[in-house]
Ligand binder design. Structure first.
Ligand SMILES: Cc1ncc(COP(=O)(O)O)c(C=O)c1O
Length: 369
């Protein structure tokens, strides 16, 4: 019976991916070899960005982007109130202040109309998130950033392959940050890739990820306070051939989403909205439950029915560390983020969910609530 369990997410690792990992392990060249380079080239080809750097995870990519832009103490960075905590944690880690903006409850993306009112003389950057694989209104974010001379770091951790008006997310801002964690479209275990259009920023990232090392007159010099955020070559090898399958995977997940739209008819949940100028990658299918529904109980009942389900992301200012430091009234300031955190539910969507299973999940949800 337990074998029929449909997990919330499941990476799709195939034999050719494993063969490439074996090749690296047998070669003895375990770090920063040819596959790291190959992966970076594949990201450039896929997203049409100019430059890409493979790093150790999607938090490291955000952290180094902030460091490369010299953002730190005394600076403010605008972030959505609803995201994975990493989006705001990196701002705290560099000593800057995350300034939260509420989200739209139907797309779960930053409410762009609320950004301008929080911009101050200390604001240095905006980190818009393409939440759950759906592009936010990035062109309006970039327009505001241009008006106020702010940097934009796109947190596209979950959104590899997502398009905004036919252009890949991650290519609008100064940086685009992707995660390769197993819950994402393609995975290296831990891993991340940072893309940029600017050669000087790319050079800085490649120095910062490698202890601040630069080659000067053929001599290794330590020119920056860098870190070790390198990706190993066997991680890069694992993910290299997965890049070729991204669009196939997105197509499959779009079909699963279509089943949910056609077959979930419970009045006690609201399905997400996709603006027509975006291509959703369906990293997560996230619904909002009516307040009368006890979410934890529902998650348990879904489990009994062999269906994995869980919360989607956090209302970050509502998390203990942020509450203790800032004590925001989230209900008043970020009502949509709080609602998405307290009443949101992610249901299975990945390469291994079949159309029949999506139909069964829909029927089960209709029956349970
Ligand atoms: C929106 C967002 N940003 C950043 C991250 C951090 O990525 P990683 O787990 O690879 O460090 C995640 C990971 O889930 C995420 O969802």
């Amino acid at each position: 019976m337990i074998n029929n369990f449909i997990p919330l997410a499941k990476p799709n690792i195939q034999e050719p991916d494993i063969d490439l990992v074996k090749e690296v392990l047998k070669s003895g060249m375990l770090v920063q070899g040819k596959f790291v380079n190959q992966l970076e080239n594949k990201f450039v080809d896929f997203t049409h960005a100019k430059f890409a750097s493979a790093l150790s995870n999607g938090t490291a990519t955000l952290h180094l982007a902030l460091k490369a832009l010299n953002i730190g103490s005394g600076d403010e960075v605008i972030v959505p109130a609803f995201s994975y905590v990493a989006t705001a944690n990196v701002v705290e880690i560099v000593g800057a202040k995350p300034v939260f903006v509420d989200i739209e409850i139907n797309t779960f993306n930053i409410d762009v109309s609320k950004i301008e009112s929080v911009i101050t003389s200390k604001t240095k950057a905006i980190i818009p998130v393409h939440e759950f694989g759906l592009a936010c209104n990035i062109s309006e974010v970039v327009s505001l950033a241009k008006k106020y001379k702010l940097f934009v770091i796109e947190d596209a951790a979950c959104a590899l392959g997502a398009l905004f008006k036919n252009k890949h997310v991650g290519t609008f801002g100064d940086f685009g940050s992707f995660s390769l964690h197993p819950r994402k479209a393609i995975t290296s275990g831990e891993g991340g890739v940072l893309i940029t259009e600017k050669v000087e920023l790319d050079k800085k990232i490649k120095t910062l990820r490698n202890h601040g090392i630069d080659m000067i007159n053929n001599k290794m010099e330590f020119t920056e306070f860098g870190l070790n955020y390198r990706m190993t070559d066997f991680q890069a090898a694992l993910v290299c051939s997965q890049v070729e399958r991204i669009n196939k995977s997105i197509d499959h997940k779009s079909k699963i989403a279509e089943v949910y739209y056609n077959e979930i008819n419970s009045k006690n949940m609201t399905l997400p909205f996709t603006p027509n100028y975006t291509k959703h990658t369906w990293q997560t299918f996230h619904v909002i439950l009516n307040k009368s529904i006890k979410r934890d109980l529902l998650i348990e009942k879904l489990k009994e029915n062999q269906i994995g389900a869980n919360y989607g992301a956090q209302c970050i200012p509502h998390m203990i560390a942020y509450k203790q430091k800032y004590n925001y009234d989230c209900e008043k300031l970020f009502p949509n983020a709080l609602r998405a955190y307290l009443h949101g539910l992610a249901i299975p969507i990945h390469d291994f969910v079949s159309i029949e299973e999506a139909s069964m999940i829909s029927k089960t949800l209709n029956k349970l609530i």
